[in-house]
Design a protein around this ligand. Structure first.
Ligand code: GLU
Length: 425
Protein backbone atom coordinates (compact mmCIF):
# COMPACT_ATOMS: atom_id res chain seq x y z
CA UNK A 1 0.00 0.00 0.00
CA UNK A 2 0.98 3.64 -0.35
CA UNK A 3 2.01 4.36 3.25
CA UNK A 4 5.56 4.29 4.51
CA UNK A 5 4.57 2.31 7.58
CA UNK A 6 7.49 -0.02 7.66
CA UNK A 7 9.07 1.34 10.82
CA UNK A 8 11.25 -0.58 13.16
CA UNK A 9 9.97 -2.06 16.37
CA UNK A 10 12.65 -0.17 18.25
CA UNK A 11 11.31 3.17 17.05
CA UNK A 12 7.78 2.15 17.96
CA UNK A 13 8.92 1.14 21.43
CA UNK A 14 10.24 4.64 22.00
CA UNK A 15 7.38 6.60 20.56
CA UNK A 16 3.74 6.14 21.51
CA UNK A 17 2.52 7.85 18.37
CA UNK A 18 4.29 5.29 16.18
CA UNK A 19 2.93 2.62 18.49
CA UNK A 20 -0.64 3.90 18.03
CA UNK A 21 -0.20 4.02 14.25
CA UNK A 22 1.25 0.53 14.28
CA UNK A 23 -1.77 -0.81 16.21
CA UNK A 24 -4.01 0.67 13.52
CA UNK A 25 -1.85 -0.80 10.74
CA UNK A 26 -2.17 -4.27 12.25
CA UNK A 27 -5.94 -4.17 12.24
CA UNK A 28 -6.18 -2.46 8.84
CA UNK A 29 -4.84 -5.56 7.14
CA UNK A 30 -7.02 -7.85 9.21
CA UNK A 31 -10.30 -6.06 8.43
CA UNK A 32 -9.37 -5.17 4.85
CA UNK A 33 -9.51 -1.40 5.38
CA UNK A 34 -9.17 0.50 2.11
CA UNK A 35 -5.85 2.30 1.60
CA UNK A 36 -7.62 5.65 1.41
CA UNK A 37 -9.39 5.30 4.76
CA UNK A 38 -6.31 3.77 6.36
CA UNK A 39 -4.20 6.76 5.30
CA UNK A 40 -6.91 9.16 6.46
CA UNK A 41 -7.19 7.55 9.90
CA UNK A 42 -3.42 7.39 10.44
CA UNK A 43 -3.23 11.17 10.87
CA UNK A 44 -4.90 13.58 13.29
CA UNK A 45 -7.46 15.94 11.81
CA UNK A 46 -6.15 18.99 13.66
CA UNK A 47 -3.22 19.87 15.95
CA UNK A 48 -3.02 23.04 18.02
CA UNK A 49 0.10 24.02 19.96
CA UNK A 50 -0.20 26.96 22.33
CA UNK A 51 2.14 28.96 24.53
CA UNK A 52 0.68 29.60 27.95
CA UNK A 53 2.10 32.56 29.88
CA UNK A 54 1.44 32.33 33.64
CA UNK A 55 2.18 34.76 36.48
CA UNK A 56 3.61 32.61 39.26
CA UNK A 57 3.08 33.27 42.99
CA UNK A 58 6.27 35.19 43.61
CA UNK A 59 5.52 37.53 40.72
CA UNK A 60 7.80 35.72 38.29
CA UNK A 61 6.44 34.94 34.85
CA UNK A 62 6.62 31.43 33.36
CA UNK A 63 5.92 30.15 29.88
CA UNK A 64 4.31 26.72 29.42
CA UNK A 65 3.56 24.78 26.26
CA UNK A 66 0.24 23.02 25.71
CA UNK A 67 -1.48 21.01 22.98
CA UNK A 68 -4.97 20.09 21.84
CA UNK A 69 -5.18 17.42 19.17
CA UNK A 70 -8.39 16.38 17.42
CA UNK A 71 -7.86 13.04 15.76
CA UNK A 72 -11.23 12.37 14.16
CA UNK A 73 -14.75 13.79 14.18
CA UNK A 74 -16.53 11.52 11.74
CA UNK A 75 -18.91 10.14 14.37
CA UNK A 76 -19.50 13.36 16.34
CA UNK A 77 -17.71 16.08 18.29
CA UNK A 78 -14.20 15.29 19.48
CA UNK A 79 -13.86 14.08 23.07
CA UNK A 80 -10.93 13.48 25.37
CA UNK A 81 -9.13 14.55 28.50
CA UNK A 82 -6.39 17.03 29.26
CA UNK A 83 -3.29 15.93 31.14
CA UNK A 84 -0.89 18.06 33.13
CA UNK A 85 2.46 16.28 33.31
CA UNK A 86 6.15 17.17 32.93
CA UNK A 87 6.66 14.46 30.26
CA UNK A 88 3.81 15.49 27.93
CA UNK A 89 4.86 15.60 24.25
CA UNK A 90 2.95 16.37 21.09
CA UNK A 91 3.44 12.80 19.87
CA UNK A 92 1.98 11.47 23.11
CA UNK A 93 -1.07 13.72 22.81
CA UNK A 94 -1.53 12.62 19.19
CA UNK A 95 -1.50 8.96 20.25
CA UNK A 96 -3.91 9.61 23.10
CA UNK A 97 -6.26 11.47 20.73
CA UNK A 98 -6.26 8.57 18.28
CA UNK A 99 -6.99 6.14 21.12
CA UNK A 100 -9.97 8.31 22.13
CA UNK A 101 -11.43 7.93 18.62
CA UNK A 102 -11.30 4.14 18.92
CA UNK A 103 -12.51 4.16 22.52
CA UNK A 104 -15.61 6.23 21.77
CA UNK A 105 -16.38 4.07 18.73
CA UNK A 106 -15.91 0.84 20.69
CA UNK A 107 -18.47 1.77 23.35
CA UNK A 108 -20.58 3.29 20.58
CA UNK A 109 -20.99 6.83 21.86
CA UNK A 110 -21.39 9.57 19.23
CA UNK A 111 -17.97 11.19 19.63
CA UNK A 112 -14.69 11.40 17.81
CA UNK A 113 -11.35 11.54 19.58
CA UNK A 114 -9.24 14.37 20.99
CA UNK A 115 -6.69 14.92 23.73
CA UNK A 116 -4.93 17.82 25.39
CA UNK A 117 -1.81 18.21 27.44
CA UNK A 118 0.27 20.86 29.14
CA UNK A 119 3.95 20.33 29.93
CA UNK A 120 4.09 21.24 33.61
CA UNK A 121 4.66 19.76 37.04
CA UNK A 122 1.34 20.26 38.85
CA UNK A 123 2.75 18.78 42.06
CA UNK A 124 5.18 21.67 42.26
CA UNK A 125 2.54 24.35 41.63
CA UNK A 126 0.19 26.15 44.03
CA UNK A 127 -3.59 26.09 43.52
CA UNK A 128 -3.45 29.68 42.31
CA UNK A 129 -0.76 28.93 39.75
CA UNK A 130 -2.71 25.90 38.55
CA UNK A 131 -5.82 28.03 38.18
CA UNK A 132 -3.95 30.67 36.16
CA UNK A 133 -2.41 27.98 33.95
CA UNK A 134 -5.76 26.26 33.39
CA UNK A 135 -7.62 29.46 32.58
CA UNK A 136 -5.03 30.75 30.13
CA UNK A 137 -4.71 27.32 28.46
CA UNK A 138 -8.51 27.14 28.15
CA UNK A 139 -8.59 30.57 26.63
CA UNK A 140 -5.87 29.62 24.10
CA UNK A 141 -7.69 26.43 23.00
CA UNK A 142 -11.16 28.03 23.12
CA UNK A 143 -10.87 28.59 19.36
CA UNK A 144 -11.40 24.87 18.79
CA UNK A 145 -13.32 23.57 21.84
CA UNK A 146 -17.04 23.85 22.58
CA UNK A 147 -19.99 21.61 23.49
CA UNK A 148 -20.75 20.90 19.83
CA UNK A 149 -17.08 20.70 18.70
CA UNK A 150 -14.65 19.30 21.22
CA UNK A 151 -15.30 18.50 24.87
CA UNK A 152 -12.33 18.13 27.27
CA UNK A 153 -12.32 16.09 30.51
CA UNK A 154 -9.92 15.05 33.27
CA UNK A 155 -6.88 12.88 32.64
CA UNK A 156 -3.53 12.41 34.42
CA UNK A 157 -3.21 15.02 37.23
CA UNK A 158 -6.28 17.03 36.24
CA UNK A 159 -9.22 17.20 38.64
CA UNK A 160 -12.91 18.22 38.87
CA UNK A 161 -11.72 21.61 40.20
CA UNK A 162 -9.63 22.10 37.07
CA UNK A 163 -12.70 21.18 34.96
CA UNK A 164 -14.67 23.82 36.91
CA UNK A 165 -12.10 26.47 35.90
CA UNK A 166 -12.29 25.34 32.27
CA UNK A 167 -16.09 25.57 32.34
CA UNK A 168 -15.97 29.01 33.99
CA UNK A 169 -13.33 30.44 31.66
CA UNK A 170 -15.15 29.29 28.53
CA UNK A 171 -18.50 30.52 29.93
CA UNK A 172 -17.08 33.93 30.88
CA UNK A 173 -15.80 34.39 27.33
CA UNK A 174 -19.24 33.56 25.89
CA UNK A 175 -21.20 35.54 28.47
CA UNK A 176 -23.38 32.72 29.86
CA UNK A 177 -22.92 29.33 31.57
CA UNK A 178 -22.04 26.49 29.21
CA UNK A 179 -21.63 23.34 31.33
CA UNK A 180 -21.53 21.07 28.25
CA UNK A 181 -18.09 22.37 27.21
CA UNK A 182 -16.30 20.04 29.61
CA UNK A 183 -17.04 16.84 31.54
CA UNK A 184 -15.77 15.51 34.85
CA UNK A 185 -17.02 18.71 36.52
CA UNK A 186 -18.10 18.92 40.17
CA UNK A 187 -21.78 17.92 40.64
CA UNK A 188 -22.71 21.45 41.78
CA UNK A 189 -22.02 22.93 38.33
CA UNK A 190 -23.47 20.24 36.07
CA UNK A 191 -21.26 17.23 36.73
CA UNK A 192 -22.72 13.73 36.65
CA UNK A 193 -23.22 11.36 39.51
CA UNK A 194 -20.91 8.38 39.09
CA UNK A 195 -18.36 10.18 36.88
CA UNK A 196 -15.62 10.14 39.55
CA UNK A 197 -15.63 6.35 39.78
CA UNK A 198 -16.69 5.65 36.18
CA UNK A 199 -13.28 4.63 34.78
CA UNK A 200 -12.75 2.17 37.62
CA UNK A 201 -16.33 0.90 37.50
CA UNK A 202 -16.12 0.25 33.77
CA UNK A 203 -12.82 -1.53 34.34
CA UNK A 204 -14.48 -3.70 36.99
CA UNK A 205 -17.40 -4.61 34.70
CA UNK A 206 -15.16 -5.80 31.86
CA UNK A 207 -12.81 -7.59 34.26
CA UNK A 208 -15.80 -9.47 35.68
CA UNK A 209 -16.76 -10.51 32.12
CA UNK A 210 -13.21 -11.72 31.45
CA UNK A 211 -13.20 -13.68 34.71
CA UNK A 212 -16.38 -15.46 33.54
CA UNK A 213 -14.87 -16.28 30.15
CA UNK A 214 -11.69 -17.57 31.78
CA UNK A 215 -13.59 -19.45 34.51
CA UNK A 216 -11.78 -17.78 37.38
CA UNK A 217 -13.84 -17.21 40.54
CA UNK A 218 -13.95 -13.56 41.61
CA UNK A 219 -14.11 -14.27 45.33
CA UNK A 220 -10.55 -14.08 46.59
CA UNK A 221 -8.98 -13.46 43.16
CA UNK A 222 -5.75 -11.56 43.77
CA UNK A 223 -5.23 -8.14 42.20
CA UNK A 224 -2.14 -5.94 41.72
CA UNK A 225 -2.62 -2.29 40.76
CA UNK A 226 0.04 0.07 39.42
CA UNK A 227 -1.06 3.67 39.92
CA UNK A 228 -3.26 5.02 42.71
CA UNK A 229 -4.88 8.06 41.12
CA UNK A 230 -8.52 8.37 40.08
CA UNK A 231 -8.54 5.07 38.16
CA UNK A 232 -6.29 2.93 40.38
CA UNK A 233 -7.63 4.01 43.74
CA UNK A 234 -11.29 3.61 42.81
CA UNK A 235 -10.52 0.29 41.11
CA UNK A 236 -9.04 -0.96 44.40
CA UNK A 237 -12.15 0.13 46.29
CA UNK A 238 -14.71 -1.26 43.84
CA UNK A 239 -12.86 -4.52 43.24
CA UNK A 240 -12.48 -5.10 46.99
CA UNK A 241 -16.24 -4.49 47.42
CA UNK A 242 -16.90 -7.11 44.74
CA UNK A 243 -14.84 -9.81 46.49
CA UNK A 244 -11.39 -9.44 44.91
CA UNK A 245 -8.36 -9.38 47.21
CA UNK A 246 -6.11 -6.39 46.55
CA UNK A 247 -2.56 -7.63 47.18
CA UNK A 248 -0.23 -4.98 45.75
CA UNK A 249 -0.56 -1.31 44.85
CA UNK A 250 1.85 1.44 43.93
CA UNK A 251 2.07 5.06 42.86
CA UNK A 252 4.86 7.18 41.38
CA UNK A 253 6.74 7.13 44.71
CA UNK A 254 6.65 3.36 45.33
CA UNK A 255 4.32 0.63 46.53
CA UNK A 256 3.10 -1.71 49.20
CA UNK A 257 2.17 -5.41 49.03
CA UNK A 258 0.62 -8.09 51.20
CA UNK A 259 -0.02 -11.59 49.80
CA UNK A 260 -2.98 -11.98 52.18
CA UNK A 261 -4.57 -8.73 51.03
CA UNK A 262 -4.30 -5.05 51.88
CA UNK A 263 -6.84 -3.12 53.93
CA UNK A 264 -8.11 -0.93 51.08
CA UNK A 265 -9.98 1.53 53.28
CA UNK A 266 -6.90 2.13 55.40
CA UNK A 267 -4.80 2.46 52.26
CA UNK A 268 -7.09 5.08 50.74
CA UNK A 269 -7.05 7.06 54.00
CA UNK A 270 -3.23 6.85 54.06
CA UNK A 271 -3.01 8.05 50.44
CA UNK A 272 -5.35 10.95 51.15
CA UNK A 273 -3.38 11.96 54.25
CA UNK A 274 0.17 11.60 52.91
CA UNK A 275 -0.25 11.86 49.15
CA UNK A 276 1.18 8.38 48.58
CA UNK A 277 0.61 4.69 49.35
CA UNK A 278 4.26 4.50 50.45
CA UNK A 279 4.66 3.94 54.17
CA UNK A 280 1.27 2.26 54.64
CA UNK A 281 1.59 -0.12 57.60
CA UNK A 282 -0.39 -3.10 56.34
CA UNK A 283 2.21 -4.61 54.01
CA UNK A 284 5.83 -4.70 52.89
CA UNK A 285 7.57 -2.32 50.51
CA UNK A 286 7.54 -3.04 46.78
CA UNK A 287 8.69 -0.93 43.84
CA UNK A 288 6.33 0.64 41.31
CA UNK A 289 7.88 -1.65 38.68
CA UNK A 290 7.74 -4.89 40.69
CA UNK A 291 3.99 -4.50 41.21
CA UNK A 292 3.60 -5.50 37.54
CA UNK A 293 5.21 -8.88 38.20
CA UNK A 294 3.41 -9.59 41.47
CA UNK A 295 1.76 -13.01 41.83
CA UNK A 296 -1.93 -12.37 41.11
CA UNK A 297 -4.88 -13.26 38.90
CA UNK A 298 -5.59 -9.71 37.73
CA UNK A 299 -3.08 -6.96 36.99
CA UNK A 300 -4.39 -3.41 36.60
CA UNK A 301 -1.86 -0.97 35.10
CA UNK A 302 -3.46 2.35 36.05
CA UNK A 303 -0.64 4.85 35.62
CA UNK A 304 1.24 5.79 32.45
CA UNK A 305 2.21 4.43 29.03
CA UNK A 306 4.81 1.85 27.98
CA UNK A 307 5.26 0.02 31.30
CA UNK A 308 4.68 -3.52 30.00
CA UNK A 309 7.52 -4.28 27.61
CA UNK A 310 9.13 -7.23 25.84
CA UNK A 311 11.55 -7.29 28.77
CA UNK A 312 9.05 -7.77 31.63
CA UNK A 313 6.15 -9.42 29.74
CA UNK A 314 7.65 -12.93 30.12
CA UNK A 315 7.67 -12.47 33.92
CA UNK A 316 4.10 -11.22 34.37
CA UNK A 317 2.12 -13.71 36.44
CA UNK A 318 -1.43 -12.37 36.10
CA UNK A 319 -3.97 -14.23 33.97
CA UNK A 320 -5.89 -11.09 33.06
CA UNK A 321 -4.51 -7.58 32.52
CA UNK A 322 -7.07 -4.77 32.65
CA UNK A 323 -5.56 -1.59 31.19
CA UNK A 324 -7.01 1.23 33.26
CA UNK A 325 -4.16 3.42 31.95
CA UNK A 326 -3.86 4.47 28.32
CA UNK A 327 -1.14 2.71 26.34
CA UNK A 328 0.57 0.70 29.10
CA UNK A 329 1.51 -2.24 26.84
CA UNK A 330 3.97 -2.12 23.94
CA UNK A 331 3.09 -4.08 20.77
CA UNK A 332 5.97 -6.55 21.34
CA UNK A 333 4.64 -7.25 24.82
CA UNK A 334 1.12 -7.75 23.44
CA UNK A 335 2.39 -10.61 21.28
CA UNK A 336 4.29 -12.22 24.17
CA UNK A 337 1.31 -12.00 26.53
CA UNK A 338 -1.02 -13.42 23.90
CA UNK A 339 1.34 -16.36 23.30
CA UNK A 340 1.45 -16.96 27.04
CA UNK A 341 -2.36 -17.12 27.19
CA UNK A 342 -2.72 -13.93 29.24
CA UNK A 343 -5.86 -12.00 28.34
CA UNK A 344 -5.24 -8.27 27.96
CA UNK A 345 -8.32 -6.08 28.22
CA UNK A 346 -7.05 -3.18 26.12
CA UNK A 347 -7.21 0.42 27.29
CA UNK A 348 -9.85 1.40 24.73
CA UNK A 349 -12.11 -1.18 26.38
CA UNK A 350 -10.93 -1.37 30.00
CA UNK A 351 -10.85 2.37 30.70
CA UNK A 352 -13.76 3.41 28.45
CA UNK A 353 -16.07 3.77 31.46
CA UNK A 354 -14.71 7.28 32.04
CA UNK A 355 -15.62 8.68 28.67
CA UNK A 356 -18.90 6.74 28.67
CA UNK A 357 -20.10 8.56 31.78
CA UNK A 358 -18.61 11.75 30.33
CA UNK A 359 -21.00 11.21 27.45
CA UNK A 360 -23.87 10.77 29.96
CA UNK A 361 -22.74 13.99 31.66
CA UNK A 362 -22.75 15.90 28.36
CA UNK A 363 -26.22 14.56 27.48
CA UNK A 364 -27.55 15.58 30.91
CA UNK A 365 -25.99 19.06 30.56
CA UNK A 366 -27.53 19.60 27.11
CA UNK A 367 -30.94 18.39 28.32
CA UNK A 368 -30.65 20.20 31.67
CA UNK A 369 -32.08 17.06 33.18
CA UNK A 370 -30.06 14.94 35.63
CA UNK A 371 -30.23 11.21 36.24
CA UNK A 372 -29.95 9.08 39.38
CA UNK A 373 -26.69 7.25 40.01
CA UNK A 374 -28.32 3.81 39.74
CA UNK A 375 -29.51 4.62 36.25
CA UNK A 376 -26.06 5.87 35.24
CA UNK A 377 -24.31 2.75 36.53
CA UNK A 378 -26.85 0.47 34.83
CA UNK A 379 -26.38 2.25 31.49
CA UNK A 380 -22.61 2.07 31.96
CA UNK A 381 -22.76 -1.65 32.67
CA UNK A 382 -24.83 -2.24 29.56
CA UNK A 383 -22.36 -0.37 27.31
CA UNK A 384 -19.26 -1.97 28.84
CA UNK A 385 -20.65 -5.50 28.72
CA UNK A 386 -21.71 -5.11 25.11
CA UNK A 387 -18.27 -3.71 24.14
CA UNK A 388 -16.59 -6.65 25.90
CA UNK A 389 -18.75 -9.18 24.03
CA UNK A 390 -18.17 -7.53 20.65
CA UNK A 391 -14.42 -7.40 21.30
CA UNK A 392 -14.30 -11.02 22.44
CA UNK A 393 -16.33 -12.11 19.45
CA UNK A 394 -13.95 -10.40 16.98
CA UNK A 395 -10.85 -11.66 18.82
CA UNK A 396 -12.17 -15.23 18.73
CA UNK A 397 -13.33 -15.04 15.14
CA UNK A 398 -9.99 -13.75 13.82
CA UNK A 399 -7.88 -15.63 16.37
CA UNK A 400 -6.15 -12.44 17.51
CA UNK A 401 -5.63 -10.83 20.91
CA UNK A 402 -8.28 -8.65 22.51
CA UNK A 403 -6.63 -5.36 21.47
CA UNK A 404 -6.86 -6.25 17.82
CA UNK A 405 -10.41 -7.54 18.43
CA UNK A 406 -11.38 -4.20 20.00
CA UNK A 407 -9.71 -2.28 17.16
CA UNK A 408 -11.61 -4.36 14.62
CA UNK A 409 -14.93 -3.26 16.14
CA UNK A 410 -13.91 0.37 16.63
CA UNK A 411 -12.04 1.02 13.38
CA UNK A 412 -14.86 -0.55 11.37
CA UNK A 413 -17.34 1.85 12.98
CA UNK A 414 -15.20 4.91 12.26
CA UNK A 415 -14.45 3.69 8.73
CA UNK A 416 -18.15 3.22 8.03
CA UNK A 417 -18.96 6.77 9.16
CA UNK A 418 -16.04 8.16 7.17
CA UNK A 419 -17.10 6.32 4.04
CA UNK A 420 -20.74 7.38 4.36
CA UNK A 421 -19.82 11.03 4.80
CA UNK A 422 -17.49 10.92 1.80
CA UNK A 423 -14.60 13.21 0.99
CA UNK A 424 -15.15 16.98 1.05
CA UNK A 425 -15.10 18.75 -1.37
N1 GLU B 1 -9.18 10.94 30.10
C1 GLU B 1 -10.14 9.87 30.04
C2 GLU B 1 -9.74 8.87 28.99
O1 GLU B 1 -8.59 8.75 28.63
C3 GLU B 1 -11.56 10.37 29.93
C4 GLU B 1 -11.86 11.17 28.69
C5 GLU B 1 -13.25 11.80 28.70
O2 GLU B 1 -14.02 11.58 29.62
O3 GLU B 1 -13.51 12.54 27.75
O4 GLU B 1 -10.54 8.10 28.52
Amino acid sequence: MATSIDRSAVQAAENVWLMAQRQLDEVATLIGLSDAIHLYLRQPKRVLEVSVPVRMDEGRFSMFTGFRVQHNMSRGPAKGGIRFHPDVTLDEVKALAMWMTWKCALVNIPFGGAKGGVICDPKAMSMQELEHLTRRFTSEISIIIGPEKDIPAPDVYTTPQIMAWIMDTYSMQKGYSIPGVVTGKPIAIGGSLGRDKATARGCLYVTNEAMKVRNIPIEGARVAIQGFGNAGMHAAELMAEDGYTICAVSDSRGGVANAKGLDVRGLVAHKQETGSVVGFGGGEKISNKDVLEYDCEVLVPAALEKVITAENAPRIRAKIIAEAANGPTLPEADAILHDRGIMVLPDILANAGGVTVSYFEWVQDLQENFWEEDEINARLKHKMTRAFRETYEQATRHNVHMRTGAYAVAVNRVAEATKLRGLYP
